[in-house]
Ligand binder design. Structure first.
Ligand SMILES: C[S@@+](CC[C@H](N)C(=O)[O-])C[C@H]1O[C@@H](n2cnc3c(N)ncnc32)[C@H](O)[C@@H]1O
Length: 336
């Protein structure tokens, strides 16, 4: 069975409807998710410094630069060199208000000060992958990609997904699918991968998607492709996404000045749980046990949550269906 739903191509931060050519405000092939809410959360002023740590197609970056016009400056980061090159063209009209770097946001604490953004007023993380990456058949992010399964955001580092499929044993593969995909049929899929590769390699996204379709039962009325969780798990593992997220969030504490705002868009529960716990932990003050009369831990809150997570409006979901799984969380740095 092959799902007809374009939404399930793979979960996670696909910021645009692939068919949105010439969408809102001249957007070409790319619709930034919850753009109004993101700008509202960051509230960028004209003299502010902002970091967009997941530049992608620069949709959010454009909105932030427009909202902080005429003098606000933005550091744009992406692990993917192609995203940086594309965004450089799109953002050229903002001149020296924009600084771009190809880097992983897990390195933000070093990269941002070196680029002159040591203390900033806002920072955005829009997690996952962009539609540019999804539709590039050479990268292997989408189910129909015929090229070798790669899935790296930064193609100059780490191991492509095809290497993991070729070398991990069934136990390791099953653990990966359970951990990063919460895949209920992890064991069965892992065994099928190992059995299959004895006679033919599992090297392309297309082959993997077909293999998973054969390996798992298909409940009636299923809306997502059966390989959705498998693709998510591989992508997270290949890019070490959860560890990068933890490091990127930690960097926000050193980079945001008091009153500075953090906005994070996540697209699945593993990411959102990390963001939610981070904000909850950093807004906690004293952690001394109740029987200790005077605080001895000296712990002070670092963040103030800007309220519950927000979801995209029904209107946005109707025009950009991929926004349906988005969760936006915001927090403000408070003085230590
Ligand atoms: C959902 S897209 C961002 C879309 C963007 N906000 C827009 O409006 O066009 C996510 C981007 O983040 C990048 N990315 C993902 N993880 C990253 C990391 N750890 N460090 C740097 N960039 C990362 C991906 O390469 C991708 O281009």
């Amino acid at each position: 069975m092959r799902s007809k739903d374009p939404l399930d191509e793979t979960r996670g931060g696909i910021s645009a409807a692939g068919s949105s050519e010439g969408g809102a405000e001249g957007e070409v092939g790319h619709l930034p998710v919850m753009a109004g809410e993101v700008v509202e959360t960051l509230a960028p002023r004209s003299d502010s410094l902002q970091i967009d740590a997941t530049l992608g197609g620069a949709g959010h970056a454009v909105r932030i630069l427009e909202a902080s016009s005429p003098d606000g400056r933005l550091l744009g980061l992406d692990a993917d060199g192609a995203a940086i090159a594309r965004s450089a063209v799109r953002l050229a009209r903002f001149g020296d208000r924009v600084v771009l770097r190809q880097a992983n946001f897990s390195q933000l604490a070093e990269v941002a000060p070196a680029a002159g953004f040591g203390q900033v007023d806002g920072m955005l993380l829009d997690l996952g992958l962009s539609s540019f990456q999804l539709v590039d058949v050479e990268r292997g992010f989408g189910f129909r990609a015929g090229g070798r399964l790669d899935m790296r955001f930064d193609t100059s580092r780490g191991r492509p997904a095809a290497d993991l499929l070729a070398t991990m044993d069934a136990g390791e593969l099953a653990a990966l699918l359970r951990r990063y995909g919460e895949e209920p049929f992890a064991g069965r899929i892992a065994r099928t991968i190992v059995e299959t590769r004895h006679h033919s390699p599992v090297e392309t996204a297309e082959q993997l998607a077909a293999l998973v379709e054969r390996a798992v039962p298909t409940p009636r009325g299923r809306r997502t492709h059966p390989a959705t969780r498998v693709f998510q798990a591989l992508r997270i593992a290949v890019n070490d996404e959860l560890a990068s997220l933890e490091a990127g969030l930690a960097a926000s504490l050193t980079l945001l000045r008091p009153g500075g705002r953090l906005a994070v868009l996540s697209y699945h529960s593993l990411e959102d749980r990390i963001v939610k716990r981070f904000i909850a932990a950093e807004q906690r003050g004293c952690v001394c046990p109740p029987e200790v009369p005077i605080c001895v831990c000296g712990r002070r809150p670092n963040l103030r949550s800007l309220g519950k997570s927000r979801a995209a409006s029904l209107t946005e979901i109707a025009t950009n269906p991929r926004s349906r799984s988005a969760r936006l969380r915001g927090a403000e740095r408070i003085a230590a």
